[in-house]
Design a protein around this ligand. Sequence first.
Ligand code: ZN
Length: 270
Amino acid sequence: MSEVEWARLKAHELRALAERNAVVMLPVAAIEQHGPHLPVMVDTRLAGEVSARAARSVAGRCPAVVLPTIWHGLSEHHMPFGGTITLDFDTFHMVIRGVVESVLRNGFSRVLIVNGHGGNIAASEIIAQELTLEFEVPILAVTYWLETTAAFDQILEDQENVLHAGEGETSMMLALEPDLIDPGQLAGAKGADGLGFNRAGKSGARWRSLAHVTENGVIGDPTKASADKGERMLDAAAAALADLIADDASWAPEKDLRPDAIGGVRFQRD
Ligand SMILES: [Zn+2]
């Protein structure tokens, strides 16, 4: 099986991947508290893992290569529990911009930001849109569990999708890093029932700390986790990302359906 990790390849091998128009995956995640039973690396470990599995899985349909994971994300809402590192939005934007610009200067022209942290969802989508306009190539952003909702629903018994440090994330970490999970803490680590700490009204948003809804930093019940569920979740997420990458529509040029007679403004901004 050929290598898919950017950091493990030689420069000439990466030049060859650019020649083949490989998709470059950029995992973005967080270092933040994940309750008393999980290490702070969870989002970073999982975003890198699903990206690497996706790149291997899609290899027969489309070449893909995975950058090292950007481990610092937008985690201000986790700060009260300790163990958390956060960036402000402007810095996060500029870090991703610098990496993406470097990738494009290497001759690649398709980038997929693979987000693995809830606090980065809105930001990564906005950043992808800004960079698409700036560099005039498709820069996509996806949050892996939102691309995998139907499959995760089949696997998870106690909760809808991954929540935070509950059945879902604990299962995937049991599959990957069982030695880093504290079994003595796991038994009493059940947390709040659902997200919603950053919502208002029926569809509004507001900032709040995660401490608004959970005493121990957990949302969901990690005692329902298993390594078998985790392995199936990781493979399901990789398959969903592989399908997104291999779909020509993901990368196709944008259409402009206006007839000449309609006039209007320039389609692309300068
Ligand atoms: Zn997480």
